[in-house]
Design a protein around this ligand. Structure first.
Ligand code: CP
Length: 329
């Protein structure tokens, strides 16, 4: 019997039910084992994924492209600046036309107020699944890999009782998207985790996303707290997921946003702050990180860090989503 996910888009974290996310994770672990054993798993033989990027990437591009090859298909890397999009190709044309060339269309478009709408318009016009490689609202494949990583590290399939701290961190480089923390707070309650969301005032997430996250927490009887102090938020945390994001609900102006960020240089994850977390706590970050600014090298490269496992699990989680939505399973 074909999966209920066949032909489905994956744009927002809650597009898949909890049972469907479980199906994805189970297949991800199966595919991870098969890859480690070098067992063939060509579930998408002769299928082609369009990978349309409006924004740079190291992990997302590498993991989707390698994943398609391992599944027996091909990932076509397409940079928007090399297309005719800036000369007038519309979202609907792209969805309709690429839907006839490709078996799925994956898109990264993080521009504020533009990216998520773009993905949805392409999806409306496309006859094949649209997969979100990150927009300004969600980073759902990163979140699946993160949940896989937490479960592996704690050797559980249910995160009930685990305190997951999703914290803002200082960055000097640029205003990073808010999609990673938003995806985490939406998906984690479904797996039983208690969420602690920490940020300095002015760095709020989208109110409707926070409301949905609170609704999820209520439905799944999990904790959801918001605090404005980094070290206080780390107290008794099992997972310290600390990364920077821009104050984009307050300002999208890069200079003004940087001025706001520069007022909070003490929001760095270091050994002192990690000392108040649970003794077996893990540190997580999707990368790239501003080293010794968001997080010290000591923590990022230390034994509590799970960042390389997170990056690896992108591959396995995405292969499972592609196999299930593109119909090779
Ligand atoms: N974590 C993540 O999405 O990495 P890239 O930006 O390198 O794809």
């Amino acid at each position: 019997m074909a999966s209920s996910l066949r032909g489905r888009d994956f744009i927002g974290d809650l597009d898949f039910s909890k049972a469907e996310v479980d199906e994805v994770l189970n297949l991800a672990w199966d595919l991870k084992k098969k890859l480690a054993a070098r067992e063939p798993h060509a579930l998408l033989r002769d299928q082609v994924l369009a990978m349309l990027f409006f924004y740079s990437s190291t992990r997302t591009r590498g993991s989707f492209e390698a994943g398609m090859a391992q599944l027996g298909g091909h990932g076509a890397f397409i940079e928007s600046r090399t297309t005719q999009i800036s000369h007038g190709d519309t979202e609907r044309e792209l969805g309709a036309i690429y839907g006839r060339y490709f078996d799925a269309i994956a898109i990264r478009h993080v521009e504020w107020g533009v990216g998520n709408r773009y993905l949805n318009l392409v999806a409306e016009a496309s006859r094949v699944p649209v997969l979100n490689m990150q927009c300004e609202v969600y980073h759902p494949h990163q979140c699946l890999a993160d949940i896989m990583t937490m479960m592996e590290r704690f050797k559980v399939r249910d995160l009930r009782g685990k305190r997951v701290v999703v914290s803002w961190a200082y960055a000097a480089s640029y205003l990073k998207p808010i999609s990673v923390p938003q995806s985490l707070i939406l998906q984690l309650p479904r797996f039983g985790a208690d969420v602690v969301l920490a940020y300095p005032k002015g760095f709020e997430l989208m109110p409707d996303i926070v409301q949905q996250a609170k609704d999820q927490a209520k439905e799944h009887k999990t904790g959801f707290d918001v605090v404005n102090d980094m070290k206080e938020s780390f107290k008794d945390g099992d997972v310290i997921y600390a990364k920077s994001w821009g104050p984009l609900l307050t300002t999208t102006d890069a200079e003004k946003g940087k001025q706001m960020q520069d007022q909070h240089k003490e929001w760095i994850t270091d050994a002192d702050k990690m000392s108040v977390a649970h003794k077996d706590a893990i540190f997580m970050h999707p990368l790239p990180a501003d080293r010794d600014i968001e997080v010290t090298n000591e923590v990022l490269d230390g034994p509590q860090s799970a960042v390389i496992d997170q990056a690896e699990n992108r591959l396995h989680a995405q292969k499972a989503v592609m196999a299930l939505t593109m119909g090779g399973y």
